[in-house]
Design a protein around this ligand. Sequence first.
Ligand code: ADP
Length: 193
Amino acid sequence: MNIILLGPPGAGKGTQARRLVDERGMVQLSTGDMLRAAKSSGTEMGNRVAEVMARGDLVTDEIVIGLIEERLAGDTGGGVIFDGFPRTLAQADALEALLAKTGSAIDTAIEMEVDDEALVHRIVNRAKEAAAAGEPVRADDNAESLKVRLLAYYKQTSPLIGYYHAKGKLTSVDGLGEIDAVAQDIAAVLDGL
Ligand code: ADP
């Protein structure tokens, strides 16, 4: 089973993806995590990526599609949760083509609905909590970058909601509830597939 978690920054995609990994043995492919790893590699590509991410803009399709292609060549055992990918229509088309090569496809894209005000609160709190715990604060978890990230979401990523809807592959869950409640809603979607 291959699913996409779709939603704005701060919607809780990473949190829910990690639960699915623990509970269902699925593999989480997070382009954000992969890019943060590339960033700390200190290579020229890593430095370029770091700048774009800190600003809140999207990294090029070519880079992220390359990362996903590499990972899909590995073991994807119990199915894949795509977290933060695809983020553009070009990425969605590329993903479909990559999966088709091995005779697989996306089963559903789960849209996590959260309003903007809640997103800003969550992200500002995440940054505060990390700082208080002495953990690294993400370079893009600040008010200025968040504005750019939200704009990128509405302009480039939210059209994917219509795209998967038109393919009959869109499901939506309320992302505003407690973590457990959202997890239950997602579980119900997966069990109904
Ligand atoms: P969030 O969902 O909270 O914005 P992510 O960790 O998914 O966080 O992404 C952080 C940043 O990494 C994005 O703002 C963007 O710069 C870059 N990024 C992640 N995934 C992609 C992607 N699929 N395409 C382009 N850029 C991406």
